[in-house]
Ligand binder design. Structure first.
Ligand code: C2E
Ligand code: MG
Ligand code: MG
Ligand code: MG
Length: 273
């Protein structure tokens, strides 16, 4: 059809598409600024272990936009991945987390990394530079990756994971059960821990099938000698069902929401240098 017709046809949604695109561009440039001026922050969510104490935290990034207020990482992390900002975000996160947690004694800290970070040949160089700069012990840090990171299985990802392990970092597979990782890839990438996705935990409330699935994941973890942690535990009932499946390590609002480092420093102040 002619250009004229085309224009008529799209009249109703063209302005919206423009608006969406504009908003996206704006967010992207605001994100670039936020990365440059350090206005992103980190929060930390405790993990409860089988003895009922807290010896690990997951670091989660937060963006408080000057006009729009808080924007969820599920929105801006993918935006970083699509716009080439993910390596900058990744470096920001490592830097800030090492800085804030260096004095936390034996507490272990989990850090999320994007599949695209692991696909970068510069990943380990950046990380080892930061480890040296902040004098942190990699054995206290756990790298959380999602199953999609293992899917491509390109050489660079494999090399990066091998080097991470050699440096002393451990590897946790996030959102486990929602992706497509094979038992083979759990072994090949020497994963140390699996985190049962919170959708399974949520369903424990509603159906028996969910309990069967969780039970199977826990048994799988045990067979492969992996640690198993449940995500998104909100209720006592969920915790009981998990315990019945043999999973006593968990993270979720039942224990605590993610909180800023300042609120946690007191807990570990005995260890501070
Ligand atoms: P994730 O790594 O699976 O993180 C767990 C998410 O579940 C977090 O959402 C956390 O706030 C939320 N959560 C924890 N306990 C509960 C609960 O009891 N109930 C419910 N409904 N939710 C709970 P958040 O912070 O919004 O992060 C979402 C995702 O964004 C993360 O999922 C992770 O994939 C990504 N992300 C967060 N921080 C970073 C980061 O620093 N770097 C990268 N690359 N990705 C990040
Ligand atoms: Mg995670
Ligand atoms: Mg998760
Ligand atoms: Mg997730």
């Amino acid at each position: 059809g002619s250009k004229e017709n085309g224009r008529n046809r799209v009249t109703f949604f063209e302005p919206d598409m423009d608006a969406a695109l504009r908003m996206r561009r704006n967010l992207e440039s605001d994100l670039r600024k936020a990365l440059a001026d350090g206005s992103l922050t980190m929060v930390y969510q405790p993990q409860m272990n089988g003895r009922g104490s807290i010896d690990a935290m997951e670091a989660l990034v937060r963006w408080n936009h000057p006009e729009r207020g808080s924007i969820a990482p599920s929105i801006f992390v993918p935006l970083c991945e699509e716009s080439g900002l993910i390596l900058d975000l990744g470096e920001f996160v490592f830097r800030r987390v090492f800085q804030e947690t260096a004095g936390w004694g034996d507490i272990r800290v989990a850090i999320n990394v994007s599949a695209l970070q692991l696909r970068s040949p510069m990943f380990m160089a950046t990380l080892t530079r930061l480890v040296a700069e902040f004098r942190v012990n990699p054995e206290r840090y756990e790298i959380e990756i999602t199953e999609t990171a293992l899917l491509g299985d390109d050489g660079i990802t494999r090399d990066n994971i091998t080097m991470l392990k050699q440096e002393g970092f451990s590897i946790a597979l996030d959102d486990f059960g929602t992706g497509y990782s094979s038992l083979n890839s759990l072994k090949r990438f020497s994963v140390d821990k699996i985190k049962i996705d919170r959708s399974f935990v949520h369903n424990l409330e509603a159906n028996d099938e969910a309990e069967g699935l969780v039970d199977a994941i826990v048994k799988l973890g045990r067979a492969l000698k992996l640690d198993v942690v449940a995500e998104g535990v909100e209720t006592e009932h969920q915790r009981e069902r998990l315990a019945a499946c043999g999973c006593n390590t968990f993270q979720g609002f039942l224990v605590s929401r993610p909180v800023p480092a300042e609120e946690l420093d007191g807990l570990f102040s005995g260890h501070n240098p």
